[in-house]
Design a protein around this ligand. Structure first.
Ligand code: GLN
Ligand code: ZN
Length: 767
């Protein structure tokens, strides 16, 4: 029984990669220094996995920005515009320009689109294919890393290079125009994959891992055909290598029949997300010689593995197909969990006992192996630990559990329908048409971060800290007034992260010191841990928002994070239905909303950027999700008066497929991302006749590029063609915390200028 891993986090235990990339981008270190940092991280990762006795260790799971962008680079999928920039002299700058855009002198090229990796909070760079797309081996990264790993691990047989499989790769990309279908590129693509695999074989590898997470989706006929074509060809041509085909994030039963017509050495399935598939899959592959890789360690969550459960699954599989045909692994790449729990010194001891991060998860595989070989002690220790947590009062509070699920009809409905509320709100606020606002956060400068750190380390008293934060608030209000924005925000300076801030104030949730997970590029997040029943202890934001409101005559928007997002961006307990945990958080947020309203705040934004990514991957599971997700949002937002305007914000997602559900949230205003996808979304909103107000993001804040007045005006024009003008808001597509002040000032100035022009030019042309 081989123990293996699909991928290891690459940011470094101390986020070395993030720091190095950011220094490189600001010209503070050279590429050589950057590469050295990458090398050190890889070395450490390989050694850690070797020490944990893994039989197969992944390579090429490292990336300077994103593994999908790496694939594009490997395959030469590089849009012409990036290649034509004469100032770009080396590969790494070309690579980063695709990820981050390029703006210098007269050159102004946008970044490639970025979107969420399946239902995770990881973002990948979307490959862009043109009609005559040709593939070729463009980058040597995978080969270089293979050689490097061989030097470190001494045995090439232990190394398993990882590639995103051809079908998932095509699936994740998009066509530059509508004149072709990207699946039709499969023939040429497969030829290049075969070249790559052969080159790897020449270097002596035994195994290769091809990730095909598309297998867990509802695949179209075209995708299925492409899949069979590709794997028939690859398995036939590359017969002298062990191919491990992986699926993850859900089950593959609906697509298992694809494996009838070709043979791969091993198939990896996700038994954390779908343990019910095991029996049927065993039955299906029983007669073949295929090895089954059991994804039994949760690579998306931080709880200790339940060894009794895992051993049962392993034994059952062994019973049917024999030990030689079983592998064990985490269900997916460990990219989605932090690196080492030993770095956490301040965690609640009882909770820490039942937690495990990447490094620990790798050792869990070893434990399972030892248990199978007869070690009872490890098994007993594990089960008694998990038993204890079932009855501990740290994890359970009966009162909160009961209240959360008692939801009455009037708890989840505003008092009056939108059109009545809209009239009252318009009258009361008297805002211009195309009102301008921002999404909440403003640049988190070094100064602010160091201020928060000092407070955290108790080098500042609460009074000193509050006073300083207030200066920042006063400053950001002045700046917004000067720019001419209509609805202001307080800037979120007191928050290091929109979820962490609330989780630190709510009962039942805790945050870590160093539990970083990559979100996109150099951006990392530290998901909090929801371990117990959640409740509110007191006001969380009221003082700050009221202070901000007291500093301006303009409307100040209260800023909260919604229940689904808090849940989705945290590591959630897995011992009760997720909906129950969601309702608990929702009630806590509702109390905060009401407290803001009572204190005179008239506009309250409840951010739900994560609502789309929470969507199950298979359509058949959507209804169930929507039911609890929408209910949770409504619990938090429905307690207010008609005159109180509820905003919500969503970002980075394809929304087209669930507009009706967004409408069911019944927020008075929704602000959202559309600029990177060039307002495609608006058509859908228009066709659907989305009833409430909407602020389609008019520029992309994820890139340092500054949008021009003309380009924003152009987007406003487009929006006005699709939506009633009285419903349109003008705003950036997300919070501004990751940007620099100089960028923000210019961009927002251009935005308000565009809104002003639009007010005179477009008024009265409403459809
Ligand atoms: N209010 C948050 C901010 O502005 C929203 C962030 C988000 O959508 N991810 O930062
Ligand atoms: Zn956003």
């Amino acid at each position: 029984m081989l123990k293996h891993n699909l991928g290891y986090p690459r940011i470094g235990v101390k986020r070395e990669l993030k720091k190095a990339c950011e220094l490189y981008w600001t010209n503070k270190i050279d590429s050589h220094t950057l590469f050295e940092v990458g090398k050190k991280i890889r070395e450490e990762n390989w050694k850690t996995q070797e020490l944990a006795n893994l039989d197969l260790i992944p390579c090429n799971d490292f990336s300077f920005y994103d593994q999908v962008l790496d694939m594009s680079f490997l395959l030469g999928v590089i849009p012409e515009s990036y290649l034509s920039i004469p100032m770009i002299k080396n590969r790494i700058d070309l690579y980063f320009s695709m990820a981050r855009g390029f703006q210098k002198n007269k050159w102004d090229i946008k970044a490639l689109e970025m979107t969420k990796w399946f239902n995770t909070n990881y973002h990948y760079i979307v490959p862009e294919f043109n009609k005559n797309q040709k593939f070729s081996i463009f980058s040597n990264k995978i080969f270089d890393e293979l050689e490097e790993s061989e030097r470190i691990l001494k045995s090439i047989k232990k190394i398993k290079p990882v590639l995103i499989g051809p079908i998932s790769y095509l699936f994740l990309g998009k066509e530059k125009d509508n004149s072709f279908h990207r699946m039709d590129l499969i023939e040429d693509l497969v030829t290049v994959y075969i070249k790559i695999i052969n080159k790897l074989i020449d270097k002596g590898i035994n195994w290769i891992q091809l990730d095909e997470p598309i297998l867990v989706l509802d695949m179209t006929k075209k995708e299925k055909e492409a899949f069979q074509y590709a794997y028939k060809k690859i398995s036939k041509t590359c017969s002298n290598i062990n191919i491990l085909l992986t699926s993850y994030f859900d089950g593959i039963l609906d697509n298992i029949s694809l494996f009838k017509s070709f043979f791969v050495k091993a198939l990896h399935i996700d038994l954390v997300e779908d343990s019910n598939q095991l029996e049927k899959i065993i039955n299906f592959i029983k007669e073949s010689e295929m090895i089954l890789s059991l994804g039994i360690i949760d690579g998306r969550n931080i709880w200790k593995n339940n060894y009794t459960d895992s051993i049962n699954k392993i034994k059952k599989t062994i019973e049917f197909i024999g030990e030689d045909r079983v592998m064990i692994a985490p269900n997916c790449s460990l990219l989605h969990v932090p690196i080492d729990i030993e770095e956490e010194k301040n965690l609640h001891k009882e909770v820490k006992k039942i937690m495990s991060f990447s490094k620990q998860k790798i050792y869990e595989l070893n434990d399972l192996d030892l248990i199978l070989k007869g070690n009872k002690e490890i098994l007993l220790k594990n089960s008694s630990l998990l038993e204890q947590s079932k009855i501990s009062s740290i994890f359970h509070n009966k009162k909160i559990k009961e209240r959360a699920t008692k939801i009455k009809e009037e708890d989840i409905r505003r008092k009056n329908p939108f059109y009545i509320r809209q009239e009252k709100q318009k009258k009361k606020f008297n805002l211009p048409i195309f009102p301008t606002t921002t999404i909440g956060s403003f640049p988190q400068t070094k100064e602010i971060r160091s201020l928060r750190n000092k407070f955290r380390k108790k080098e500042l008293t609460k009074e000193e800290y509050n006073k300083k934060i207030k200066y920042f608030i006063i400053d950001v209000i002045k700046k917004q007034e000067k720019i001419g924005l209509d609805v202001l925000v307080h800037g979120e300076f007191e928050r290091s992260d929109m979820v962490e801030y609330f989780s630190e104030k709510l009962n039942g949730i805790m945050s870590t010191n160093n539990g970083w997970v990559q979100s996109y590029g150099s951006r990392c997040v530290k998901p909090p841990i929801i371990y117990g029943d959640v409740s509110r202890t007191g006001d969380m934001t009221v003082d700050w928002i009221c202070f901000a409101q007291s500093q301006t005559k303009k409307l100040m928007k209260g800023m909260l994070t919604g229940p689904v997002t808090i849940l989705k961006w945290s590591f959630v307990r897995n011992d009760q239905p997720i909906s129950h945990t969601a309702y608990q958080i929702a009630w806590a947020i509702r109390e905060e909303v009401l407290s803001l309203e009572k204190s005179g705040i008239q506009i309250i934004q409840i951010d739900e950027p994560a609502i789309r990514e929470g969507l199950p991957l298979k359509k058949k599971n959507w209804e169930y999700y929507f039911n609890w997700a929408i209910k949770s949002f409504l619990i938090s937002s429905s307690g207010v008066k008609d005159e109180t305007q509820i905003h919500t914000h969503m970002c980075y997602s394809e929304f087209n497929d669930f507009l009706e559900k967004i409408a069911n949230l019944d927020a008075d205003v929704i602000t959202m991302e559309t600029s990177r996808s060039k307002m495609e979304l608006l058509k859908a909103f228009s066709v659907f006749s989305y009833p409430n107000e909407i602020g389609p993001g008019v520029y992309d804040i994820h890139s340092p590029r500054i949008p021009s007045v003309e380009e924003i005006l152009d987007l406003i024009k487009k929006a006005s063609k699709e939506l009633p003008i009285k419903n349109i808001w003008i705003n950036p597509d997300c919070g501004l915390k990751t940007r620099k002040w100089e960028e923000v000032l210019k961009a927002l100035k251009n935005m308000t200028s565009a809104a002003k022009i639009a007010r005179t030019k477009l008024y009265n042309q409403s459809p």
